[in-house]
Design a protein around this ligand. Sequence first.
Ligand code: G6P
Length: 587
Amino acid sequence: MCGIVGIITKKQVPICSSLVQKLKLLEYRGYDSSGLAFLNKKNIKVCKSKGEIKNLEQKISAKDMGNIGIAHTRWATHGKPSVLNAHPFLSDDKNWAIVHNGIVENYLELKSSLANVNFCSQTDSEVIAKLLQTNAPHILALIDVCNKIKGSFAIVAINKLDNNTLFVAKRKSPIYVMQSSDEVIVASDTICFENTGKDYYTLLDDEFCEVSLDKIIFYDKTGKVIKKSKTLLKKSQNKFSKDNLPHFMLKEILEEKVAIKNIIDYCQNNGLKKINKSLVRKIKQIIFIGCGSAYHAGLIGAKLIERYAKIPSTCHIASEFRYAETDIKPGTVFVFISQSGETADTLANLELAKGFITIGVTNNMHSTLSRAVSICLDIMAGKEIAVASTKAYLAQVLMLYVLSRHLQNLKFNTKVDYLSHVLDLLNVFEDIDFKKLDDIAKFVANKSEVIFIGRDLDYYLALEASLKLKEVSYIPSFAVPSGELKHGYLAQVDNRTCVVGITTQKNLHSKTLSNVSEAHSRGGNIVVCSPFDIEQKYLKIDVPNIDNDLICLLVAQRLQYLAYRVSVIKGFNPDKPRNLAKSVTVE
Ligand code: G6P
């Protein structure tokens, strides 16, 4: 999390505004405070603010001209969100200013090594600035500090004695450098390079660089100069406007149809070609890894692969799997799911997967994940700005569905025309009664707790629906397999509770309905999400009956919209939920 950017321009410009414009593109990485530093008449000037970047924007002055600066948007880990804890931080002699993304695990130890130094924040990051005790503007100073750090970092620093250099360091947190004829930009996401340049450099772990307008010099951690090559910036269709809609989350739910079409095109254009017969022959089992919504998509993927391709598959939460000491058998293929491709917990498992075939499923083909895996599948959902994932989750599920059918065809030499199912789905995708969902959202919004229940794939949808609702509406919520409801969870049900039963599979319908009625008998308020008939006493979210597993996507779309509406009804901003960031680059 945390977004960082550094800029050097050829001419003097209103540098604070330039930094803030870039920072806004990174706001999805955290928005509890922000700050910037720039060189002004040979001194470093700092401006910081609590809350969203618009608060910082109000504090800066357009009159402040400059040609070099750094900026940061924060998602708090050490120290609460406040102006004092916002970056940048200054060295003791005020010669250096730094912004940092990552975690300094040994910051207490490092702090105690600095006698007579005053710290003004509760953060781990400030120690990096305070360790910069030489005023000489040279990368070796930063390399020396970074070699003392345990943990992860992407750092950009400026020094007041050099108005033409950004000093950059990287370990386990992404950072990229782009140079054009009249500016250089260093940023934690290539999104900052769009409309600016055509290619960029990617720093790898324990690499450093000195960036100026006319040259970029890369170093390893011993200070030796190294050579690096550039990557072409993929042309993006990204538009950062809400298209006259009130929120990005709504816009992105409405863009799901386009995401589905993109995946159809991807398959028709041989996007899965690297997953071929010779690969399939080697697969003995598949292990899916992800966090949050990506984990929920993986649960569906594992189930579908077992169902269609008959390959034993399991899905694991990334932060758990890495410490599980699982015995990984030969013939295991790992599938890493991550819309950002930068989630630290997910990436940490790449270490365990060394020597095995790895497949990435991501929405960011410029990411660390896409570079690290053997095969990368691009879900092509287009940039997601709202922090809670909607279209990217849906595209992940669809990609895993087509993967399962593709593996089935390869393994059993069949020609299942699965894309025709996806095309059928498109025909009904917009048959959605928003008005009715708005009414149900009003009903849900005043409940004290919402419990989602379902069996098999419906349970995995329940997990995602519950996550989405609590992420954006803050209503306490959990999901439980329908059959487990009676094993303790019914204790939670009373007349302030809402129970949402998801039932899309004919053979399990009556079972889930029995569980729904157990909750109803105990005073629970019932909503059922189903393509099948139900008793009139329950509120119903209708789903077209498409008679195949892709019905998952129709349920997901409806329950995302429900969460969105509940958030808006309760007066929250669904695009920027509290305590959440889109790309979680710390463990
Ligand atoms: C955060 C985001 C979620 C996302 C999860 C995993 O929690 O807020 O929307 O599902 O991280 O992110 P990834 O980029 O790995 O899919």
